[in-house]
Structure formats: structure tokens, C-alpha cells
Design a protein around this ligand. Structure first.
Ligand SMILES: [Zn+2]
Length: 538
């Protein structure tokens, strides 16, 4: 079983660039597989970790516990990532790197269930540039996950899986495969006229690239502004399409050396290409760079499928293809086009909420204002800042208790103030979400509920209006409950699947239960998706 993910890949890329694909990549998946044209994530925030935590568990972040790439850990008061784990060490990474593991993933995966069903004979391996994208789809009982270290240029892992890297991984790293891209020139694959037609000019004013050693125009020379391979270069490599090639060759090595698909027990390889996400963030979804990275990942996937066909046989392989989220147009572009693009500043949000809280909880204007610390804050460069992560606000329970403030009333006061900020469309309180006082027929309320995990989420969840970013300095991003972020491909190909284009509503949460049905195993623990029976042979 092979899961292929392209990070930040909207469904419309298959249509906009489809006539330029090669025969044996996406075109093969769409021709020989079952492809759902109306597949949407039904949760927010739409980020990498929540998406990767969903596709092999069939569970929303509300059940997987993976509510963001990062969140505030209330117990330690620290910002943590979905996979950081101080109890394990990295293998193949630099000395300053913190270990990573799936210990925060609450649900089992298809791979976990296959291992349970086969007394661990099934092998399960996850691969990506990003740790979270390698670790989460593979699961807690996986044999291994490997990701790219931007400090060493190696494919690394952690002591969660084993005490040392397998010999074949050391051999792969010893050849310094990343370093050969130092100074590589990224040019368009095809003549520029193809790009002008589908993605517009190369250097529009909203493409603001401030990265060292790069501009917003082709060709892009990959050095990171450094004289040789090192951290600056490895970071720059992430923003090029070349890591796809690196991952594809590593995946071939994994298939060969771990003998995946070579016996009667189904093995699982999950491979998540990250370059599209980095490139999409830097240049936006309507850029020549993004278009070129889609054409290139098509060719990388073609190469992988050809390899799997030769080694295992595609007729013996179940394949799923999806993405973790889409992406919104760059706000400045959306503004020029009259779509209401804008950036909402955190300072504006907090000054509006602060004034409203002050008026309500400090009507006499006492100094110091007791309501000044009602929102939870942290110290950054000698300034106290309010926590705002994944559009979640966190309350300072100690301060509210100190002043005898009713939390329910306070939540409502915060939300009432937040929605007066231009560009904020909705605000849900923790109490509202926990009581189920939300409508499941209201798309946005439902997506907020599906993204809320009580022990990790904040106390107020904000939603911007479409095409607006909250407190984001990055050129283009995702995270919203809107179509541009939720509409992604869902393709399943292999034995038992009727090829075709399916117009039924589907979601990436449907992938795990459908694969489980095809593999005839117990679905993952929190699988809430639908078995896509319209495409299954009886
Ligand atoms: Zn992203």
C-alpha cells in the first residue's frame, strides 16, 4: 500500500495543468484509479499536521488530537510542535535538533491496524521532507519515519523507532545526495508561453521574495546565499522542487532495502512531497513557480510509479493520492482583483479586544487595569504578547479566577469584540464548542468543531472572511475553512477499485476507512470517514 501526498496541492491543479502532465504520473492515477472531484477537508485549521494526521487515521483533528503544526502546551506554557518529543533523540540530525515522534497522535493509522492484523509482519514506513509529514501518516506503531535535516542535509529519524539508522540509510546519506544540488539552477520545464497562459507573468508585484540569494523571477539558483552546502543552503533547497527528486530516490531505496511489497503481508509506504508547500508559500498558487513545481512533482510521481510497477507490480499495489490542504491566493493579488484580500494585524485585533474588555471589567478606569492580563500572554523580546496560534486565543485562567470573572461571560465578551475587527467573520468560544452548541449544517461551525481538541485548543477560535489572512507575514498561506484551502484530490487506485471520475462528495477522512475495507482489516480507532463504496468492486 502506497500513500502519495503532495503538500499544499489544490484539486484545481489537476485541471489547470492537466494537459501538460506526462502519461504515467497524475494522468495514470486519474485514468487507472478512482478520482473524487468534490473532495474537501471538513476541518479547520487546514495545516500540514492536521491534514497528515487525518489521511491515514480517517479522523478529524478533534479525534486525532493534531490540531495544528504547533500549539500552546498549557502545562508547560511552551509552544510545541505536533511531533516534538524531548524523550527521544534524532538520528542523523544535528546536535541542536529536538527529537520527533508520533506520541501526540491519539488515533491509530491504517499501518498500525495492518501491523496488529499481521503480528507485526507488515512493515510501515513514512518518508517526507518534514518530520510531521513523515511521522503522522505512518502512525505510532510504524517501523520507521524519515525526514530531511536542514542542519546536516541527511535523511534523519529518531530513537522512537530504533537505536541507530539502518545501514542502507547511512549509505544513502554518506553519498551526500542533497549537496549535489548546491548551485543548481531551477528553470522552467516548458516554454514560458505555457506558464503565461495558466499562471500569469513571472514577477507580479505581489510576489515579494525576501529570501537571501533568491528573487521572484526564473531562473532560481539554489545556494541560500551561502558559499557551500550547509544550513542556509539546505533551507533554500526546501524552497526548490529538487527535494522531490531526493525523496523519490530515497523511497526507491526504502522499497528495495526493506523489501516492501515482497511477501504475502501488505506493507505500507507513505511518501509526502513537501516542495509544493514551500514554493506555494513563497510565490502563491497563481505563480509560474508553483505551476512548474506541479509539473515536476508529476514527473517524480511517474518515476516512482514506474519503479513500483517494476519492483512490486502496480496490479498488486493499492495507492492513495491526496494533499494535506490547499492554499489561498496572495492577499495583495486578491485585493487587486476585487476579491477582498487583506491582512489583519494582530495588534489591531488585540487593541480592539483590549478596549472592550477594559470598558467592561474596568469601568472606573483604574490603573493598572486589572483586565490587562485576562488574555494569556508570553514574553517576547521584553514585550508581553498575547497567544494567538492557529487563530486560537488563550485565556489566563489564573487572572480570571483572581478577579472572580465568569468565564462564560468573558468568552462571549471576547468574541463580541473580535467580530467587530474588520475582516473577522466568526468567533467560537470553547464553551460553545464543548457543549455542542454549534450547528453541523453550518459549514464553518462544523469545520471549527472538527478542529477542536479540548486539551490542546484555545478558548476562542477566530475565522477570517474569505481571502483575508490573520497575523500572517508570509506571502501566501492556508489554514481557513474555505474551498481554496479544503478542496484537494482524493484518488484511490489498485485491486478492488473501479477506475473513474466520481462526483460524490468525499473527504480525505474517507481514505483510511476505504483502504481498510479494501485490505479487509479493522478501520483505525477513530475513523469517522465514509467507505467510498461507489468505487469498490463487490
Ligand atoms: Zn504550508
Amino acid at each position: 500500500m502506497l500513500l502519495i501526498v503532495v503538500d499544499q496541492f489544490r484539486y484545481d491543479y489537476l485541471e489547470r495543468f492537466g494537459d501538460l502532465f506526462v502519461a504515467n504520473g497524475f494522468r495514470r492515477l486519474m485514468r487507472d484509479g478512482a478520482s473524487w472531484t468534490q473532495s474537501n477537508y471538513d476541518h479547520m485549521p487546514t495545516y500540514t499536521a492536521p491534514g497528515h494526521g487525518t489521511m491515514m487515521t480517517g479522523a478529524y483533528p478533534a479525534e486525532s488530537g493534531i490540531i495544528g503544526n504547533e500549539w500552546l502546551d498549557r502545562a508547560s506554557g511552551k509552544r510545541i510542535t505536533s511531533v516534538t518529543d524531548e524523550s527521544v533523540k534524532v538520528l542523523g540530525g544535528g546536535p541542536s535538533e529536538v527529537g520527533s515522534s508520533p506520541s501526540r497522535l491519539m488515533a491509530s493509522t491504517v499501518g498500525d491496524e495492518l501491523r496488529l492484523a499481521t503480528s507485526d509482519r507488515a512493515k510501515v514506513i513514512g518518508i517526507s521532507v518534514k518530520d510531521r509529514s513523515a511521522i503522522l501518516p505512518a502512525g505510532r506503531h510504524a517501523n520507521a519515519a524519515y525526514w530531511f535535516s536542514t542542519t546536516t542535509g541527511n535523511m534523519e529519524s529518531s530513537t522512537y523507532y530504533f537505536t541507530q539508522l539502518p545501514a542502507w540509510v547511512n549509505t544513502f546519506n554518506a553519498a551526500r545526495p542533497a549537496d549535489k544540488y548546491f548551485g543548481a539552477k531551477w528553470e522552467r520545464l516548458l516554454p514560458e508561453k505555457e506558464y503565461l497562459r495558466r499562471a500569469g507573468p513571472d514577477s507580479p508585484p505581489w510576489e515579494t521574495v525576501s529570501a537571501r540569494g533568491d528573487t521572484n523571477a526564473f531562473p532560481h539558483v539554489v545556494t541560500g546565499g551561502a558559499p557551500g552546502p550547509g544550513t542556509d543552503f539546505y533551507w533554500a533547497l526546501d524552497y526548490s522542487p529538487f527535494t522531490n527528486e531526493l525523496l523519490e530516490s530515497f523511497a526507491e531505496q526504502a522499497i528495495t532495502n526493506e523489501q516492501l511489497g515482497q511477501d504475502d503481508d501488505t506493507d505500507v509506504l507513505t511518501l509526502s512531497f513537501s516542495a509544493n508547500d514551500y514554493i506555494g508559500h513563497r510565490y502563491g498558487p497563481y505563480s509560474q513557480e508553483l505551476m512548474d513545481s506541479v509539473l515536476r512533482v508529476d514527473r517524480d510521481i511517474a518515476k516512482l510509479l514506474d519503479f513500483v510497477d517494476a519492483r512490486v507490480g502496480l496490479s498488486n499495489t493499492l495507492i492513495a493520492f491526496t494533499a494535506d490542504h490547499g492554499v489561498a491566493p496572495i492577499p495583495e493579488q486578491a485585493a487587486v482583483l476585487g476579491l477582498g484580500g487583506a491582512r489583519i494585524q494582530a495588534a489591531t485585533l488585540f487593541s480592539t479586544i483590549g478596549k472592550a474588555l477594559s470598558a467592561r471589567y474596568n469601568p472606573q478606569g483604574k490603573s493598572p487595569d486589572p483586565s490587562a492580563d485576562y488574555l494569556l500572554r508570553f514574553k517576547e523580546a521584553n514585550t508581553m504578547r498575547e497567544w494567538l496560534i492557529n487563530s486560537n486565543l488563550y485565556f489566563n485562567y489564573d487572572a480570571l479566577r483572581r478577579d472572580g470573572v465568569n468565564v462564560d461571560e468573558f468568552s462571549q465578551a471576547v468574541c463580541a469584540a473580535a467580530v467587530t475587527v474588520p475582516g473577522i467573520a466568526r468567533c467560537f468560544t470553547r464553551i460553545q464548542l464543548m457543549r455542542g452548541a454549534t450547528s453541523i449544517t453550518d459549514l464553518i461551525e462544523r469545520r471549527a468543531l472538527h478542529g477542536f481538541y479540548p486539551a490542546r485548543s484555545g478558548d476562542a477560535v477566530l475565522v477570517t472572511e474569505p481571502f483575508k489572512y490573520l497575523a500572517e507575514t508570509i506571502t501566501a498561506t492556508h489554514g481557513s475553512p474555505y474551498s481554496y484551502d479544503t478542496h484537494v484530490p482524493t484518488i484511490i487506485m489498485g485491486p478492488g477499485v473501479n477506475a473513474g471520475r466520481y462526483l460524490e462528495a468525499a473527504a480525505p477522512t474517507d481514505i483510511a476507512p476505504t483502504l481498510s475495507a479494501l485490505l479487509r482489516i479493522t478501520p483505525p480507532s477513530n475513523s469517522t470517514g465514509r467507505v467510498l463504496i461507489e468505487a469498490l468492486k463487490k
